[in-house]
Design a protein around this ligand. Structure first.
Ligand SMILES: NC(=O)c1ccc[n+]([C@@H]2O[C@H](COP(=O)([O-])OP(=O)(O)OC[C@H]3O[C@@H](n4cnc5c(N)ncnc54)[C@H](O)[C@@H]3O)[C@@H](O)[C@H]2O)c1
Ligand SMILES: N[C@@H](CCC=O)C(=O)O
Length: 542
């Protein structure tokens, strides 16, 4: 069809409550039961449209809150798998680049409607079981955030295509938003099904073909996401799903001359490794690969002396302990004015102590388990260290139990020393470091917040004094890519709070925004002169 079309206007997917008696609660409970009793599934690579089981090491994907229950098995990708995926991506590229924007967009719009409809509980339950999310946390991830990524990105991409230069009389200037000249490598984290679904599909929407490697611990929901995209009409080879730890895969992919971009979300350490490898291979590439990475955080809450105690307590509980502190945006260091702490500290500690982490199939639980043994050991070590530090008190929690699942209790560390490593190291678990400062030390404390950790992802200021809000916003301008006033620092919504941070937290290309989509297109400028000159002289030469 030859027309300039307007995609359906996106609005954020409504978040279901799952309150007792609601139909969605019945549906999710049935689906959790069905998936839990289905027995382990093979979770194949999907390369060029073929489901391949691979010859690499087999890795079980388990329920983190019940680690004896196996959901499925993946095979770690080998060099052969990697080469097959790169070949499939390159083979599919010409036809995909020639596919109209509307036809590419329609795949995502169909996928969004499938996820909002018949796939909703399937993906939500898979996210709960595989990533140990409470029903509320799964709901805001996938379905809702993933649907939003898909619908909003279509509108953002359409706006990019519509942005065209001016043309002088006699000339027509145009921008051709080409796909990148090569394939994109999308590497995704365990903690959000939505991020895993967005990172390969954002470049795909812009006409690129993709090798997608999800986290082994998110492989179960990733497998279903790939099935959903294929149901929505994704052609073979456009996205190639390859499972495993990524080591052998990266040895092939990062050395390939056609690597055109990396779309990464995960830890700072992994991102820096990938960037270094790109540097090492720089002479091999036909183009400079676009490198987009959203990484770690040590996200803060600063409560001014004017802060409302209930707002502060709620922001701390939700910001630090939802999804067991495993959001890159989770509050993990808090600075509270002494007078505020005096009014809400005991209530906060009591509420934290009463939070229930358990099997997420029991909808009464606030949260689940840590994702795996590695995350569990890291948090146990952090808590054990804290117990030995003289200026630090484990005020709540500190108990850990891995007999059934990787459970770490919500833990609050109170410290007189704001330079302790607990205020600068990302533990990625339910461990919150709290420093109580003197009320008149607000500006000095903001300096501490800005300089203590190397990250700059999210942060909140809580204050009713608007002057204090303005001071914090000013002095912390570079300390967070997402800055919240009188709220928790988590829960960004696509289209409302574009998400991402700078410093060690990433390239700040804002997932689910035009800025991100621009990284996946290589613009060609076309100038056409209608009646070209036929003589080379200029009037001043007469
Ligand atoms: N800023 C953000 O938007 C954001 C969002 C989610 C998570 N995160 C961060 O992600 C981290 C937690 O996620 P994680 O534990 O999955 O991170 P991770 O770095 O351990 O893993 C991320 C992905 O990289 C893969 N990987 C590791 N080594 C690789 C290699 N050599 N080649 C290819 N792939 C490789 C992993 O298998 C996984 O798929 C935290 O640091 C968190 O802050 C950031
Ligand atoms: N966008 C999510 C965090 C993603 C990282 O884990 C939030 O805003 O809470």
């Amino acid at each position: 069809m030859d027309a300039i079309t307007t995609p359906p206007r996106p609005s954020n997917e409504p978040v279901h409550t799952y309150a007792p008696g609601t139909p969605e609660r019945t549906r999710i409970t049935d689906e959790l039961r069905r998936q839990s009793s289905a027995g382990p599934m093979e979770l194949p690579h999907v390369i060029g449209g073929y489901e391949l089981h691979g010859s690499g090491q087999r890795i079980d994907v388990v329920q983190p809150h019940a680690h004896r229950e196996v959901l499925g098995t993946i095979c770690n990708a080998t060099h052969d798998d990697a080469e097959a995926a790169v070949t499939a991506a390159r083979t599919a590229a010409p036809a995909w680049a020639a596919t109209s924007f509307d036809d590419r967009a329609a795949v995502l719009l169909r996928a969004a409607d499938l996820l909002s409809g018949p796939w909703r509980e399937r993906i939500a339950a898979a996210t709960m079981l595989g990533q140990s999310k409470s029903v509320q946390q799964a709901e805001i991830d996938a379905p809702c955030e993933l649907i939003d990524f898909w619908r909003f990105n279509v509108t953002f991409a359409r706006e990019i295509l519509a942005e065209q230069p001016v043309s002088s009389p006699g000339v027509w200037n145009r921008l051709d938003h080409r796909p990148l000249d090569g394939f994109v490598y999308a590497i995704t984290p365990f903690n959000f099904t939505a991020i895993a679904g967005n990172l390969p599909t954002a470049p795909m929407l812009m006409g690129d073909t993709v090798v997608w490697k999800p986290s082994p611990t998110q492989a179960y929901a990733a497998h279903l996401t790939m099935q959903l995209l294929r149901d929505a009409g994704l052609p073979d080879g456009v996205i190639n799903l390859v499972h495993g730890d990524g080591a052998a895969l990266s040895e092939v992919v990062l050395a390939d001359e056609h690597l055109a971009g990396i779309h990464f979300t995960g830890s700072t350490k992994t991102f820096q490794h990938l960037w270094r490898e790109v540097g090492t291979n720089i002479d091999r590439y036909r183009n400079y690969p676009r490198i987009v990475g959203e990484t770690g955080g040590k996200d803060f809450i600063v409560a001014h002396a004017s802060a409302d105690p209930d707002v502060t307590r709620t922001a701390l509980i939700r910001g630090a302990f939802e999804y067991q502190g495993q959001k890159c945006s989770a509050a993990s260091r808090v600075y509270i004015a002494r007078s505020v702490w005096a009014r809400m500290g005991d209530d906060f500690l009591a509420e934290a102590d009463q939070l229930t982490y358990g099997d997420v199939r029991d909808l009464g639980n606030f949260g689940g388990a840590l994702i795996d043994r590695r995350a569990y050991d890291k948090n146990v070590a952090a808590i054990d260290r804290a117990k030995t530090v003289p200026h630090m008190t484990v005020a709540v929690g500190g108990e850990c139990d891995d007999s059934e699942g990787y459970f770490v209790r919500p833990t609050v560390l109170l410290s007189d020393d704001p330079y302790d490593e607990a205020f600068s190291t990302e533990y990625f678990g339910p461990v919150l470091s709290v420093h109580v400062y003197e009320d008149d030390d607000f500006e000095h404390t903001l300096g501490l917040v800005d300089s203590t950790a190397r990250y700059a992802l999210t942060g909140s200021v809580i204050a009713t004094d608007l002057g204090a809000v303005a001071t914090a916003s000013d002095l912390l301008r570079q300390a967070a890519g997402n800055f919240y006033v009188n709220d928790k620092p988590t829960g960004a919504v696509v289209g409302q709070q574009p998400f991402g941070g700078a410093r060690a937290s990433g390239t700040n290309d804002k997932a689910g925004s035009k800025a991100n989509l621009m990284r996946w297109t290589s613009t060609r400028t076309i100038k056409e002169t209608f009646v070209p000159p036929t003589a080379s002289g200029y009037p001043h030469m007469a």
